[in-house]
Design a protein around this ligand. Structure first.
Ligand code: TYM
Length: 333
């Protein structure tokens, strides 16, 4: 039986290699399996949990859609839309925020990381954002959610919320309990400057990430400058455990080449980083640079992007508005 897939990406700019290898590459694979129904959402309501420049936000929404398509998502075989244009997401998020418990949200590690030391100054939206994410997923009777490793805890919360709602309102199976799809390997791509930190859009140094809009020279330069250690490349994966940078770069190479880490280790065992980096740059330019070119091309075709958005929004709205009606009935509205 086919899967019902839902996933989202925030339009906060600087979409990077981590977003691609951790999530979008998997969206494409699932989208290519004919029996699946796929919904891919640009989550602008999530983006405003931290301050955004309104003009830039609009540009970033286009850039995220262009990225989906440039990476290989087929808009004819999937629903691509923008979260804020389907009002059922906000409506459902409110209802679910009355089901979710403070204690559950207090455990979310991403909030703790993002809010930093001064939690009093974080927005309430940043705190309750996993509830909105649950609304996104549950509105579409989603069975599977492809995400990177950092979203695992939010998906567990989504499952808890769905179960509690079904129990509280005596509605067995009303919300489907979704399964996370997190790749076994390479589901957490790390910064090129520090192998212990996640590659992230908000990291100040642009050298820490490969942006999907980087040109050839930028890609080559960033790989050249990527942090390494002074040892030769290992002959066994156990030897990578205390070498986060080497592990990350070899993982990136493996993921781009669609081979296992073991294969990469065997290929480069005993070699030095300069030779490995040349190979890595080459495969990165081969796989990422065409995406970068395609994004830029699509961004010059705003009418085409608008058309995809409009069609996607209509389809998404039909599904979500029917579901939210049923939610409201169950609640007693
Ligand atoms: P966002 O926009 O932060 O990231 C989009 C996707 O990229 C993955 N990702 C990574 N994977 C591997 N290594 C990394 N360094 C890395 N950085 C990011 C994320 O895990 C994610 O899959 N809350 C979500 C968006 C969202 C969503 C949803 C996802 C909103 N509603 C419903 C699934 C279902 C987020 O902020 O992702």
């Amino acid at each position: 039986m086919g899967k019902k897939i839902f996933s989202g990406v925030q339009p906060t700019g600087n979409l990077h290699l981590g977003n691609y290898l951790g999530a979008i590459k998997n969206f494409v694979k699932l989208n290519n399996e004919d029996q699946n129904e796929c919904v891919f959402c640009v989550v602008d309501l999530h983006a405003i949990t931290v301050a955004q420049n309104p003009k830039k936000l609009k540009d970033n929404i286009y850039e995220t859609i262009a990225t989906f398509i440039a990476c290989g998502i087929d808009p004819k075989k999937s629903i691509i839309f923008n979260q804020s244009s389907v009002s059922a997401h906000s409506e459902t998020a409110w209802i679910l925020s009355c089901v979710a418990r403070m204690g559950w949200l207090n455990r979310m590690t991403q909030f703790k990381e993002k809010a930093g030391k001064d939690k009093e100054k974080a927005s309430i939206g940043l705190y309750s954002y996993p509830v909105l994410m649950a609304a996104d997923i549950l509105l579409y009777d989603t069975t599977h959610v492809p995400v990177g490793d950092d979203q695992k805890q939010h998906l567990e919360l989504c499952r808890d919320i769905a179960q509690k709602f079904n129990n509280d309102f005596n509605a067995d199976n009303f919300f489907k309990i979704p399964e996370p799809l997190i790749q076994k390997e390479f589901s957490r791509i790390m910064s090129l400057r520090d192998g212990t930190k996640k590659m992230s859009k908000s990291e100040l140094s642009d050298l820490s990430r490969i942006n999907l809009t980087d040109d050839k020279e930028q890609i080559i330069n960033k790989i050249k400058k990527a942090k390494t250690d002074t040892l030769q490349l290992p002959s066994a994966s156990a030897d990578l455990e205390k070498r986060p940078e080497a592990k990350n770069l070899m993982g990136i190479y493996s993921s781009l080449m669609d081979v296992s880490l073991e294969d990469t280790i065997n290929k480069f065992s005993g070699k030095n980083f300069s030779e490995f980096k040349e190979n890595l740059s080459q495969v990165m330019v081969d796989k990422i640079y065409p995406i970068s070119l395609e994004i830029k091309k699509l961004l010059r075709e705003k009418k085409y992007l608008d058309k995809i958005l409009l069609e996607g929004t209509q389809k998404a709205d039909k599904i979500a508005s029917e579901k939210v009606k049923k939610i409201q009935e169950l609640v007693g509205f």
